[in-house]
Ligand binder design. Structure first.
Ligand code: DX5
Ligand code: ZN
Length: 223
């Protein structure tokens, strides 16, 4: 079996008691925390920044934190997220003027870089940077809001990127984000993803452990 990772998006967590809710989802078996940063500029919504990430670390969250930046510009805030305890930092290539510079900035600050492709953003963005990436995140909804419907056209894109990753001979996580739930996680995995962001499917469920365990059971049956 592949080294599958489940990354709950805290966009659907209870912000009034965030530390507690994040701890609960980790105790329920989450592998890493997906931290959605929105700026009401690159995307039409506003969430949280490095101070909240740091607060989670201070609260005692030790799991990997996967910071998904939906912000423009990107570079200014990267060192702050690194200091705040981020592990992966992913960003949208359309949101920076200098793709290679932003990737190197993330690495120089001790984090693992990744780029995020929106549903209509071409895979060709990867051509000259794949050798420098630790994660590729494919959006299966348009970024900005939780609880949207999975866009099926993403499946083909997942397979093409899986191919590119295998040919690169690098260890790059292939993460998919948006509308993933118990019903569709198997087709996302079969297409080639190994890291699954799920916000509403986990945080809006009555029992986080039951939901994550059921997702893992589905994944364990994939050959
Ligand atoms: C959307 C975010 C996602 C979102 C996923 O812009 O990047 O991480 O929270 O939420 P669900 O799983 O509810 O689609
Ligand atoms: Zn996200």
């Amino acid at each position: 079996m592949k080294d599958y990772k489940i990354a709950p998006s805290i966009l659907s967590a209870d912000f009034s008691r965030l530390g507690e809710d994040v701890k609960k989802v980790i105790d329920a078996g989450a592998d890493m925390i997906h931290f959605d940063v929105m700026d009401n500029h690159y995307v039409p919504n506003l969430t949280f920044g490095p101070m909240i990430c740091e607060s989670l670390r201070k609260y005692g969250i030790t799991s990997m934190i996967d910071v998904h930046l939906m912000i423009k510009p990107v570079d200014r805030i990267i060192p702050d997220f690194a200091k705040a305890g981020a592990n992966y930092i992913t960003f949208h290539p359309e949101a920076t003027d200098h793709l290679d510079r932003t990737i190197n900035l993330i690495k120089d600050n001790g984090c693992k870089p990744g780029i995020v492709l929106n549903p209509a953003t071409p895979v060709s963005y990867l051509e000259h940077c794949i050798g420098n990436l630790d994660m590729i995140l494919l959006m299966s909804v348009n970024p900005g809001f939780p609880g949207q419907k999975f866009i099926n056209g993403t499946l083909e894109k997942i397979s093409s990127v899986r191919h590119l990753i295998d040919n690169s001979e690098r260890e790059i996580r292939l993460e998919v984000d948006g509308g993933i739930n118990l019903e569709n996680i198997d087709k996302v995995a079969k297409a080639g993803a190994d890291t699954f962001v799920a916000g509403s499917a986990i945080f809006n469920s009555d029992n986080y452990k039951k939901t994550i365990t059921s997702m893992r059971e589905v994944l364990s049956k994939i050959k």
